[in-house]
Ligand binder design. Structure first.
Ligand code: UD1
Length: 380
């Protein structure tokens, strides 16, 4: 059969480490003709280029350069940029990952052009439609031909939404493929030494969600929480541009500066951040991926949200979903710092081989679909 031409989409920071192992596996497998299209949703060197370098990803074949904007504007711009790219490349499949605006925008373009759609990290649900990512997840899953899931609960969510289970494939977690692959290299970085931080001697913060940093009162409370934690051990907070802008806009900088051991820095690259995570005494975050990564590293994680779309990290992992109440957040941090470290267990199939399983499923199904007797039926 002809090579399977696949366009892999990246847009925002959490996409890069998911596409890297998939793209590498496609390159390694005969019969694949993979491309990378970068929408440009994230564009600062520290939010994008650094990740390409750290992960050994080649330059994208196409860069759409959409940049920032309101959700509607950004989603629309990605669609406008991606449509001619897909027409030009004429792929068999478009593969999208995660739940960012680029995910749904490129997914929609693919299906409107009659190109099969692959969604990696399907079926995760926070059941909170106020999160832009939740809407992106639900809609992308509805239009996908192949849905690759990271944990078993995802299948129940998808079936409840009327999706044919024959399209769903439980393969494990490609983000963990990247983590396991790069962990040793991350250990060789010098970021901790450069910052004078010691193994298990500091806490790491990563907060950027609108619900936490766009509300002055909530963000102020979170700064207080981090400040209080910093009385016990240094807290490192690499700041997403959104968080950095809000800190200044809300006049919170003097408050933060009152805590000498609450340290802010620029966003870190993939390897530096992995070294920090692997050595932290605890991580406080509102990110999705970090809940999963800390589970695999066995590092205690406190999630400053009311819900998680990744329940396996709380049932098997090291994650506790603690909401935004400062008293509760501090109580959870104290428990950990007093020695009550959760004993995490590796979730099923988070073993570094998820990308191989994805590629195997695509090969088998696409071969069957292209058999002359079967004609050009539906995918999966
Ligand atoms: C996006 C994703 C979120 C993900 C996060 C990871 C959506 C809906 N949200 O949120 O799920 O957790 O990425 O980082 O897709 N900015 C820069 N430089 C950049 C990128 C952004 O300065 O390279 C600033 C801009 O002011 C921009 C703001 O950050 O307006 C927000 O960026 P945007 O891509 O809209 O959403 P994120 O908050 O990054």
């Amino acid at each position: 059969m002809d090579d399977l031409k696949i366009v892999n989409v990246v847009g925002a920071r959490p996409n890069f480490m998911k596409i890297a192992p998939i793209f590498e596996e496609m390159k390694r497998t005969s019969g694949f003709d993979p491309y990378i299209v970068h929408t440009g949703q994230h564009y600062d060197p520290v939010m994008s280029d650094l990740f390409f370098n750290n992960l050994g990803l080649p330059e994208p074949d196409h860069y759409l350069g959409v940049g920032s904007g309101s959700h509607g504007e950004q989603t629309g711009k990605v669609m406008i940029g991606f449509d001619p790219t897909v027409r030009d490349l004429d792929p068999d499949l478009v593969l999208v990952v995660g739940d960012v605006n680029s995910t749904i925008a490129c997914g929609l373009v693919a299906v409107k052009l009659g190109v099969g759609l692959v969604h990696v990290e399907a079926g995760l649900r926070s059941f909170d439609r106020a999160m832009p990512e939740e809407v992106n997840r639900v809609l992308t899953d509805q239009i996908s031909d192949y849905l690759f899931t990271t944990e078993r609960s995802a299948l129940d969510n998808l079936v409840r939404e009327g999706i044919d289970p024959g399209r769903v494939h439980f393969v494990g977690n490609v983000m963990i493929d990247s983590l396991l692959h790069h962990r040793a290299k991350a250990a060789e970085q010098t970021v901790l030494a450069d910052l004078g931080l010691e193994r298990r001697g500091f806490a790491l913060a990563k907060l950027h969600r609108p619900a936490n940093v766009d509300d002055p009162a909530v963000f102020a409370d979170l700064i207080e929480v981090l400040g209080e934690i910093s009385r016990r051990l240094p807290v490192l907070f690499p700041m997403h541009p959104r968080s950095r802008a809000r800190l200044a806009e809300f006049g919170l900088e003097p408050r933060a500066a009152a805590f000498p051991d609450l340290r802010f820095c620029e966003p870190l690259g993939y390897l530096d951040f992995l070294q920090c995570m692997d050595n932290a005494a605890l991580v406080l975050t509102d990110s999705g991926g970090i809940q999963e990564e800390t589970t695999v590293l066995g590092v205690p994680c406190i999630t400053a949200r009311d819900n998680t779309e990744r329940p396996i990290t709380t049932t098997r992992g090291t994650n506790v979903v603690a909401g935004r109440d400062p008293v509760r957040l501090l109580a959870e941090a104290s428990k950990i710092l007093d020695g009550a470290v959760p004993a995490g267990e590796l979730p099923e199939l988070w073993d570094g081989h998820a990308a191989e399983r994805i590629v195997r499923v695509l090969v088998e199904h696409e071969r069957r679909r292209r058999e002359p007797a079967g004609g050009r039926g539906t995918l999966a």
